[in-house]
Design a protein around this ligand. Structure first.
Ligand code: 5GP
Ligand code: ZN
Length: 111
């Protein structure tokens, strides 16, 4: 997707603070962090949202989710919150699926 910000980050066309990369997934610090540590786990494959996922994406989604605690620990977090905004009404702004992982500092507000 040529006009997708996260595809551009995956392709190295725009810079990002990368904390992890393998053949299928990257993780980068969010450009506008909402907590002392806030990063995004992003598949290299352009998938619009969780609503566009099917059983074909089961393994990839599982892999992304399991990266959350691993990378959070590497970032020094003892606890963290995950979030997947889905669809415009779900607060999604970048239509390339990603898992937010954030935490650090004082405890997060109850939701
Ligand atoms: P969404 O609302 O779609 O779940 O979240 C998109 C996230 O991507 C936002 O938290 C926003 O700060 C982040 N973001 C938007 N543009 C960029 C960018 O160019 N680089 C990085 N690292 N994060 C971005
Ligand atoms: Zn994309």
């Amino acid at each position: 997707m040529s006009d997708c910000i996260f595809c551009k980050i995956v392709n190295g066309d725009i810079p990002a603070k990368k904390i992890y990369e393998d053949e299928e997934v990257i993780a980068v610090h969010d450009i506008h962090p909402i907590a002392p540590v806030h990063f995004l786990i992003v598949p290299k494959l352009h998938i619009e949202s969780l609503q566009s996922c099917s059983v074909a994406h089961e393994r990839l989604l599982g892999k992304m989710l399991l990266l959350a605690p691993k990378l959070a620990a590497e970032q020094g977090l003892v606890g963290f919150r995950t979030m997947i905004n889905t669809g415009r009404e779900g607060g999604q702004e970048v239509f390339h699926i990603h898992i937010h992982v954030f935490g650090g500092g004082n405890s997060l507000p109850k939701i």
